[in-house]
Design a binder for this molecule. Structure first.
Ligand code: A3P
Length: 289
């Protein structure tokens, strides 16, 4: 494994080279009108929603048993040496309704997704749980920059000095785009935890899909945290860059784990800074359910 990558400024967003090395192909990527883009800030429940959409569109047992979810749903901007890049993987998909995942902030999305008027599912998660989840992910993912200790990590998260930049800019940028792009479904991790079935119903209405109550119940069961954690096709156990001895990918799947990490002082400073950064948006989050 090469050394951990550095963070650098890329068009005003902190990035690592794994997500910029393929930039020309990303910007020139040809979206198709029936593509569905799954966009998130890291750790918002991308894999969870990817798996739900994959089951809604393609529930064939072969596909579900043989191919890990990160190969079924290409990660647009990734390029890691010796592994097929996201754009190559997406170009190879020959079915309709390609599902494509991205963590890019809205202003860096290839323009063909807007030109083709693709459907977009954006998933957001509250800042505190996102920071905690991202910290543990950066500890175990050897393709991410070193996270350092929790206190310094939290400060860098607040400063937007983590891969894919500022959480605050990401969630608000996509929220604003929803106003001008009606085919954008903005959903929340916390709502998924509260009532997965209701969120699956909302996704079906947005995507124009019809599933029977029985099919939806089956999907709801497959996508439960414990079942995804056991499932080698959804738990990232096949990903070579992750060290599960440090922390598993399917870690806790809870709302409110931040309470086990934030000190009282950190929480006060975070809340004060949050108010300033989020003062101009109507977007609201829940930090408990
Ligand atoms: P935690 O680290 O808090 O456990 P992403 O897929 O965007 O990287 O997000 C990963 C986060 O989503 C992890 O959060 C993971 O446990 C959680 N997650 C994944 N599948 C889940 C599920 N079925 N139910 C609840 N949380 C889930």
């Amino acid at each position: 494994m090469p050394p951990r990558p550095n963070l650098f400024d890329f068009h005003g967003v902190s990035m690592s080279h794994y997500f910029t090395d393929n930039w020309e192909n990303i910007q020139n990527f040809k979206a198709r009108p029936d593509d569905v883009l799954i966009a998130t800030y890291p750790k918002a429940g991308t894999t969870w929603v990817s798996y739900i959409l994959d089951l809604l569109y393609f529930s064939q047992p072969d596909r579900q048993k043989s191919t890990p979810i990160h190969e079924r749903v290409p990660f647009l901007e990734i390029r890691i040496p010796n592994i097929c890049s996201g754009t190559e993987l997406a170009d190879r998909v020959d079915t309709s309704s390609r599902l494509i995942k991205t963590h890019l902030p809205v202003q860096l999305i290839p323009k063909s997704f807007w030109e083709q008027k693709c459907r977009v599912v954006y998933v957001a998660r509250n800042a505190k749980d996102s920071a905690v989840s991202y910290f543990h992910f950066d500890r175990m993912n050897l393709a991410q920059p070193e996270p350092g200790d929790w206190n310094s990590y939290l400060q860098r998260f607040m400063d937007g000095k983590v891969v894919f930049g500022s959480w605050y800019d990401h969630v608000t940028g996509w929220w604003e785009r929803k106003q001008s792009h009606p085919k954008l479904h903005y959903m929340f991790f916390e709502e998924m935890v509260e009532d997965t079935g209701r969120e699956i119903d909302n996704l079906c209405s947005f995507l124009g899909l019809t599933s029977t109550a029985e099919e939806k119940e089956q999907i709801r069961d497959l996508v439960r945290f414990d079942n995804m954690k056991k499932n080698d096709m959804t738990n990232y156990s096949k990903a070579k860059v992750m060290d599960f001895k440090i922390s598993p990918f399917m870690r806790k799947g809870k709302v409110g784990d931040w309470k086990n990490h934030f000190t009282i002082t950190q929480n006060e400073q975070f809340d004060e800074d949050y108010k300033k950064k989020m003062k101009n948006t109507t977007l609201q989050f829940r930090t408990e359910v």
